[in-house]
Design a binder for this molecule. Structure first.
Ligand SMILES: [Fe+2]
Length: 314
C-alpha cells in the first residue's frame, strides 16, 4: 500500500490553473472546515452556501479566516430554523445581509437569484394553485396567530424557513438572472419540484444549483436532463462544492466527488488516484467511482478506498 502521499490530485485536474469565479457549497450542517479549506486553496471570487448551514457560532466568526479572501453569500435551508442557536448564528450574524433568498444580486459578474427554505404543505403545496395556499405570506400567517403563539412576536421559528407564495411570486416576477440557487431541487431529482423548474425557466437562468438532498449530481451527465433543457442543473453534497464556470477540462462536468474522497484516493493511489476514480469497477455495477459517488454512492466508494488502504483486496 502507498504510504501517505501529499495530495497532488488537483494539480492534475487543472483546478489550480486559475481562480474560479464562483464556488457553491453543499449543506455544511455545522461543519464549515471544508468551506474554509476550499476557499484557502482555490481563492474563488465569491462563494454561495446552499443552506442547512447550522453554524455553531455566528457565521461571520465561523468563516472569519476567509472573509478577506472571498465574498460570502448564502441561502438558508430547512434546518437553519431547527433551534434558536441555528437561527441566531445565521440571521443574527454580521453576514445576515448576505442571504440571497427572494432577490437577485450581482456576484462575480453573474446575476444570482436565491430561493432558500423548503415547501411545507401546511403553508403552500406548490403543486396546488397559489390561491389555495393556507397563507400567502409570512405576514398573513402572523396576523392569524394569537400573541402567545408567536415566536419573538412573529411567525413560528420553523416557518421562517418555509417558502411562502409571495416570496416565490416576487422572485418569479423579477428581472432575468444568470444563476438560480435553491435549497429545494428541480424535477430532475425524484424529490424535486415543478415550481423550481418554472422559476429557473422564467428567470432565464443558465444554471441552477441546489442543496438539501446531500447528493452531488450533474443532471446532464447522469442523463436526467438533456442538452436541450433550458438550464443546466447540479446538486451539491455536504462537504462538496461546484465550481462555476466549469473548468475547460470538464472535471466538474462529470461531477466532483466530495473533497475527502479525492484526498482519500490520493492517499491510497498517489498519482494514480484520478486513474482509479475514472475506471469502471465491477463492485460499483460497472460504473466509475466518480460517477458512482456523483449518484449518491460516496459512502460505498469511501469504504472501498478504506479497505484498499488497510490491505484489503477490492
Ligand atoms: Fe435541507
Amino acid at each position: 500500500m502507498n504510504p501517505l502521499i501529499p495530495s497532488n490530485l488537483h494539480a492534475h485536474s487543472g483546478h489550480e490553473q486559475s481562480a474560479p469565479k464562483l464556488m457553491f457549497f453543499g449543506d455544511p450542517h455545522g461543519d464549515l472546515e471544508p468551506v474554509i479549506a476550499a476557499v484557502e486553496r482555490f481563492r474563488p471570487e465569491a462563494i454561495v452556501l446552499l443552506g442547512d448551514i447550522q453554524a455553531r457560532q455566528p457565521l461571520h466568526i465561523e468563516l472569519g479566516p476567509i472573509l478577506d479572501l472571498t465574498e460570502v453569500w448564502f441561502i438558508h435551508g430547512n434546518h437553519d430554523t431547527d433551534s434558536d442557536a441555528d437561527y441566531d448564528n445565521l440571521w443574527g450574524s454580521e453576514l445576515a445581509d448576505r442571504n440571497l433568498h427572494g432577490r437577485i444580486v450581482e456576484i462575480a459578474g453573474y446575476k444570482v437569484a436565491g430561493l432558500g427554505g423548503i415547501f411545507r404543505s401546511k403553508i403552500w403545496d406548490p403543486r396546488r394553485p397559489v390561491e389555495e395556499a393556507a397563507f400567502a405570506s409570512a405576514d398573513a400567517l402572523r396576523r392569524s396567530m394569537r400573541r402567545e403563539e408567536r415566536w419573538r412576536d412573529g411567525i413560528a421559528r420553523r416557518h421562517r424557513s418555509t417558502i411562502f407564495p409571495d416570496d416565490y411570486l416576487q422572485l418569479l416576477r423579477a428581472p432575468p438572472a444568470d444563476i438560480l440557487v435553491t435549497h429545494e431541487a428541480p424535477t430532475a431529482h425524484p424529490h424535486g419540484w415543478q415550481a423550481i423548474d418554472k422559476l429557473a425557466e422564467t428567470l432565464g437562468v443558465q444554471l441552477l444549483v441546489h442543496g438539501h438532498h446531500h447528493q452531488t449530481i450533474d443532471y446532464l451527465a447522469e442523463g436526467l436532463m438533456t442538452v436541450s433543457a433550458p438550464f443546466r442543473a447540479f446538486g451539491v453534497d455536504m462537504g462538496s462544492h461546484l465550481v462555476w464556470p466549469l473548468d475547460p477540462q470538464g472535471e466538474t462536468e462529470r461531477g466532483s466527488p466530495p473533497q475527502d474522497l479525492l484526498d482519500l484516493a490520493t492517499q491510497v493511489f498517489g498519482t494514480e488516484a484520478q486513474t482509479w476514480l475514472d475506471k469502471p469497477h465491477e463492485l460499483l455495477d460497472g460504473q466509475t467511482p466518480v460517477a458512482f459517488a456523483a449518484a449518491g454512492g460516496s459512502d460505498k466508494v469511501r469504504s472501498m478506498l478504506n479497505a484498499i488502504q488497510h490491505g484489503g483486496v477490492v
